[in-house]
Design a protein around this ligand. Structure first.
Ligand SMILES: [Zn+2]
Length: 153
């Protein structure tokens, strides 16, 4: 019997809220109580004013692809089995630049997208960029493998 390869699952504690939100179908990020800056990557101290009062909030997830590429190499055994893997940097209308997996390789710089937060096989929230409207079927094989079945432990 061979062990099934899984996507990387190590994360800092601050990401656990994103994992929980993925199970609720919510796209959330921390927002500073003092200056309203949306934090990405998630953190415990505001990147703008260093205030330590951050509140998780649902964020409008529409945005535009700033750069996209397909990964053709990885240190992860899981991803090496599923290359190429399309990823992008998205400028959210709400402000932050966010890295996301692409639902299909045809999505390119300048395309309007909507991010969703879904659970991967490990139960970890992962941000996925869908075409604007957010209803398309995920076509990227590597991403389908990441989401294909949930671990129950
Ligand atoms: Zn702040």
């Amino acid at each position: 019997m061979t062990d099934k390869l899984l996507p990387p699952e190590k994360r800092t504690a601050v990401w656990k809220t994103i994992d929980h939100a993925a199970r609720q179908g919510q796209f959330v990020l921390p927002v500073c109580e003092q200056c309203d800056a949306i934090q990405y990557p998630p953190r415990e101290i505001c990147h703008n004013c260093l205030h330590d009062g951050l509140q998780w909030q649902e964020i409008t997830s529409a945005g535009e692809i700033i750069a996209s590429t397909a990964l053709n190499a990885s240190t992860s055994a899981f991803f090496r089995e599923h290359l190429p893997h399309p990823v992008a940097l998205i400028k959210l209308d709400a402000g932050p630049l966010v890295y996301a997996h692409l639902a299909r390789t045809e999505l390119k710089t300048g395309d309007r997208v909507e991010l969703v937060n879904r659970c991967d096989i490990n139960g970890r929230g992962v941000f996925i960029a869908l075409s604007a409207g957010g209803t398309e079927v995920i076509q990227a094989e590597s991403l389908r493998a990441m989401l294909s079945e949930q671990r129950t432990n």
